[in-house]
Write a protein that binds this ligand. Structure first.
Ligand code: ZN
Length: 223
Protein backbone atom coordinates (compact mmCIF):
# COMPACT_ATOMS: atom_id res chain seq x y z
CA UNK A 1 0.00 0.00 0.00
CA UNK A 2 1.49 3.28 -1.07
CA UNK A 3 0.95 6.55 0.67
CA UNK A 4 -0.33 9.32 -1.48
CA UNK A 5 2.38 11.66 -0.30
CA UNK A 6 5.74 9.94 -0.60
CA UNK A 7 8.05 11.23 2.08
CA UNK A 8 11.72 11.05 1.24
CA UNK A 9 12.91 11.03 4.81
CA UNK A 10 11.40 7.58 5.40
CA UNK A 11 13.99 6.03 3.13
CA UNK A 12 16.88 6.38 5.53
CA UNK A 13 15.11 4.88 8.57
CA UNK A 14 13.95 2.04 6.31
CA UNK A 15 17.48 1.29 5.23
CA UNK A 16 18.79 1.60 8.77
CA UNK A 17 16.08 -0.62 10.18
CA UNK A 18 16.89 -3.32 7.66
CA UNK A 19 20.57 -3.10 8.51
CA UNK A 20 19.90 -3.21 12.26
CA UNK A 21 17.46 -6.08 11.75
CA UNK A 22 20.06 -7.97 9.78
CA UNK A 23 22.64 -7.47 12.51
CA UNK A 24 20.47 -8.07 15.57
CA UNK A 25 18.23 -10.77 14.19
CA UNK A 26 14.50 -11.21 14.30
CA UNK A 27 12.05 -12.70 16.73
CA UNK A 28 8.59 -14.19 16.20
CA UNK A 29 5.23 -13.88 17.90
CA UNK A 30 2.21 -16.04 17.14
CA UNK A 31 -1.04 -14.05 17.12
CA UNK A 32 -4.36 -15.83 17.44
CA UNK A 33 -7.28 -13.46 17.09
CA UNK A 34 -10.32 -15.71 16.84
CA UNK A 35 -12.01 -17.58 14.02
CA UNK A 36 -12.59 -14.58 11.73
CA UNK A 37 -8.90 -13.85 11.16
CA UNK A 38 -6.08 -16.12 9.99
CA UNK A 39 -3.42 -17.26 12.42
CA UNK A 40 -0.60 -14.72 12.13
CA UNK A 41 3.08 -15.36 12.73
CA UNK A 42 4.58 -11.90 13.19
CA UNK A 43 8.33 -11.55 12.74
CA UNK A 44 10.05 -8.38 13.95
CA UNK A 45 13.49 -6.97 14.73
CA UNK A 46 14.38 -8.36 18.14
CA UNK A 47 15.08 -4.92 19.63
CA UNK A 48 11.70 -3.58 18.49
CA UNK A 49 9.20 -5.88 20.13
CA UNK A 50 6.70 -2.98 20.33
CA UNK A 51 5.95 -3.54 16.65
CA UNK A 52 4.54 -6.98 17.45
CA UNK A 53 2.76 -5.79 20.60
CA UNK A 54 0.88 -3.04 18.76
CA UNK A 55 0.05 -5.24 15.79
CA UNK A 56 -1.16 -7.99 18.09
CA UNK A 57 -3.37 -5.50 19.96
CA UNK A 58 -4.95 -4.32 16.73
CA UNK A 59 -5.84 -7.89 15.70
CA UNK A 60 -6.88 -9.19 19.13
CA UNK A 61 -8.74 -6.16 20.45
CA UNK A 62 -9.53 -3.64 17.71
CA UNK A 63 -10.87 -6.10 15.15
CA UNK A 64 -13.31 -7.86 17.53
CA UNK A 65 -14.50 -4.48 18.84
CA UNK A 66 -15.88 -3.56 15.41
CA UNK A 67 -19.38 -4.45 14.31
CA UNK A 68 -20.06 -6.84 11.45
CA UNK A 69 -21.32 -3.86 9.45
CA UNK A 70 -17.84 -2.34 9.39
CA UNK A 71 -16.10 -5.67 8.70
CA UNK A 72 -18.52 -6.96 6.05
CA UNK A 73 -16.43 -5.70 3.12
CA UNK A 74 -13.60 -8.10 4.04
CA UNK A 75 -15.64 -11.23 4.70
CA UNK A 76 -15.00 -12.73 1.24
CA UNK A 77 -11.30 -11.89 1.19
CA UNK A 78 -10.79 -13.36 4.68
CA UNK A 79 -12.48 -16.58 3.58
CA UNK A 80 -10.06 -16.90 0.64
CA UNK A 81 -6.67 -16.20 2.20
CA UNK A 82 -4.52 -19.00 3.67
CA UNK A 83 -5.26 -19.85 7.28
CA UNK A 84 -1.71 -18.91 8.28
CA UNK A 85 -0.09 -15.57 7.40
CA UNK A 86 3.51 -14.60 8.05
CA UNK A 87 3.64 -10.85 8.71
CA UNK A 88 7.10 -9.32 8.52
CA UNK A 89 6.94 -6.23 10.72
CA UNK A 90 9.34 -3.42 9.93
CA UNK A 91 9.83 0.12 11.13
CA UNK A 92 9.63 1.49 7.60
CA UNK A 93 10.01 0.39 4.00
CA UNK A 94 12.71 1.80 1.74
CA UNK A 95 10.01 2.48 -0.87
CA UNK A 96 7.94 4.29 1.80
CA UNK A 97 4.96 1.95 1.26
CA UNK A 98 2.95 1.09 4.36
CA UNK A 99 2.83 -2.59 3.43
CA UNK A 100 3.02 -5.18 0.65
CA UNK A 101 1.69 -8.63 0.02
CA UNK A 102 4.39 -11.00 -1.16
CA UNK A 103 3.82 -13.25 -4.18
CA UNK A 104 4.79 -16.85 -3.49
CA UNK A 105 7.99 -16.65 -5.54
CA UNK A 106 9.32 -13.97 -3.19
CA UNK A 107 8.45 -15.72 0.09
CA UNK A 108 11.04 -15.67 2.85
CA UNK A 109 12.96 -18.80 3.87
CA UNK A 110 10.83 -18.87 7.07
CA UNK A 111 7.56 -18.99 5.11
CA UNK A 112 8.95 -21.53 2.68
CA UNK A 113 10.08 -23.83 5.47
CA UNK A 114 6.74 -23.49 7.31
CA UNK A 115 4.94 -24.34 4.11
CA UNK A 116 7.17 -27.35 3.53
CA UNK A 117 6.66 -28.53 7.13
CA UNK A 118 2.89 -28.09 7.26
CA UNK A 119 2.04 -28.86 3.64
CA UNK A 120 -0.56 -26.08 3.69
CA UNK A 121 -0.65 -22.76 1.90
CA UNK A 122 0.89 -19.88 3.84
CA UNK A 123 0.59 -16.22 2.92
CA UNK A 124 3.18 -13.53 3.51
CA UNK A 125 2.97 -9.76 3.87
CA UNK A 126 5.04 -6.95 5.34
CA UNK A 127 3.84 -3.98 7.36
CA UNK A 128 5.81 -0.80 8.02
CA UNK A 129 4.51 -0.28 11.55
CA UNK A 130 6.33 2.93 12.49
CA UNK A 131 5.36 4.52 9.16
CA UNK A 132 1.76 3.50 9.81
CA UNK A 133 1.96 5.16 13.22
CA UNK A 134 3.47 8.33 11.74
CA UNK A 135 1.02 8.44 8.89
CA UNK A 136 -1.58 10.73 10.26
CA UNK A 137 -4.36 11.78 7.96
CA UNK A 138 -6.75 12.74 10.71
CA UNK A 139 -7.06 16.23 12.11
CA UNK A 140 -6.33 16.37 15.80
CA UNK A 141 -6.47 20.14 16.03
CA UNK A 142 -9.89 20.19 17.62
CA UNK A 143 -8.89 17.83 20.40
CA UNK A 144 -5.52 19.50 20.93
CA UNK A 145 -7.13 22.90 21.09
CA UNK A 146 -9.40 21.61 23.80
CA UNK A 147 -6.24 21.00 25.83
CA UNK A 148 -7.22 17.46 26.61
CA UNK A 149 -3.96 15.53 26.34
CA UNK A 150 -5.43 12.28 27.61
CA UNK A 151 -8.19 12.37 25.04
CA UNK A 152 -5.72 13.18 22.30
CA UNK A 153 -3.43 10.27 23.28
CA UNK A 154 -6.38 7.88 23.36
CA UNK A 155 -7.56 9.16 20.01
CA UNK A 156 -4.08 8.63 18.59
CA UNK A 157 -4.02 5.04 19.85
CA UNK A 158 -7.41 4.33 18.29
CA UNK A 159 -6.25 5.80 15.00
CA UNK A 160 -2.97 3.83 15.05
CA UNK A 161 -4.60 0.48 15.76
CA UNK A 162 -7.32 1.08 13.17
CA UNK A 163 -4.63 2.03 10.64
CA UNK A 164 -2.61 -1.13 11.38
CA UNK A 165 -5.71 -3.23 10.91
CA UNK A 166 -6.61 -1.38 7.72
CA UNK A 167 -3.24 -1.93 6.06
CA UNK A 168 -3.29 -5.60 7.14
CA UNK A 169 -6.72 -6.14 5.57
CA UNK A 170 -5.72 -4.14 2.48
CA UNK A 171 -2.78 -6.50 1.87
CA UNK A 172 -4.91 -9.58 2.54
CA UNK A 173 -7.37 -8.42 -0.10
CA UNK A 174 -4.49 -8.16 -2.60
CA UNK A 175 -3.55 -11.71 -1.65
CA UNK A 176 -7.12 -13.01 -2.02
CA UNK A 177 -7.79 -11.21 -5.31
CA UNK A 178 -4.45 -10.60 -7.08
CA UNK A 179 -6.22 -9.40 -10.21
CA UNK A 180 -8.27 -6.76 -8.40
CA UNK A 181 -7.19 -3.18 -9.23
CA UNK A 182 -5.48 -1.06 -6.56
CA UNK A 183 -8.12 1.66 -6.81
CA UNK A 184 -10.89 -0.73 -5.86
CA UNK A 185 -8.91 -2.18 -2.95
CA UNK A 186 -7.93 1.28 -1.77
CA UNK A 187 -11.51 2.53 -1.86
CA UNK A 188 -12.55 -0.33 0.37
CA UNK A 189 -9.71 0.23 2.84
CA UNK A 190 -10.37 3.98 2.97
CA UNK A 191 -13.99 3.27 3.77
CA UNK A 192 -13.05 0.67 6.37
CA UNK A 193 -10.64 3.06 8.07
CA UNK A 194 -13.16 5.88 8.27
CA UNK A 195 -15.91 3.57 9.52
CA UNK A 196 -13.64 1.78 12.00
CA UNK A 197 -12.24 4.95 13.60
CA UNK A 198 -15.70 6.50 13.65
CA UNK A 199 -17.16 3.49 15.38
CA UNK A 200 -14.30 3.15 17.90
CA UNK A 201 -14.46 6.84 18.78
CA UNK A 202 -18.18 6.57 19.17
CA UNK A 203 -17.78 3.73 21.68
CA UNK A 204 -14.80 5.15 23.58
CA UNK A 205 -15.62 8.84 23.67
CA UNK A 206 -19.33 8.91 23.09
CA UNK A 207 -18.92 10.96 19.92
CA UNK A 208 -21.86 10.72 17.57
CA UNK A 209 -20.93 8.77 14.47
CA UNK A 210 -21.80 11.74 12.22
CA UNK A 211 -19.33 13.91 14.15
CA UNK A 212 -16.65 11.20 13.98
CA UNK A 213 -17.15 10.84 10.25
CA UNK A 214 -16.99 14.59 9.86
CA UNK A 215 -13.64 14.67 11.69
CA UNK A 216 -12.31 12.10 9.30
CA UNK A 217 -13.50 13.20 5.91
CA UNK A 218 -12.40 16.80 6.29
CA UNK A 219 -8.88 15.69 5.39
CA UNK A 220 -7.71 13.52 2.53
CA UNK A 221 -6.90 10.19 4.07
CA UNK A 222 -4.65 7.57 3.02
CA UNK A 223 -3.00 6.22 0.46
ZN1 ZN B 1 -2.64 -1.79 -2.41
Amino acid sequence: MKRRSQRRRVQTPGLLSRMVGAVCGRAQRLITAGPSLPLVLATYPRQNSWLAVEFSNSLRFTFPALTDDVKRGYRDALARVPSVIVAELRLANVCSCLGHHHPEVTHSPLTKSLQADTGGAIGEIDLAVRSIREWNPLPLAGLAAAGNERLRDSFEEVRFHAALLTVFLHELEHMAYPERPEDEIRRRSNRFFVDAVGELLGVQFGLASERSAQLLVEQPHFA
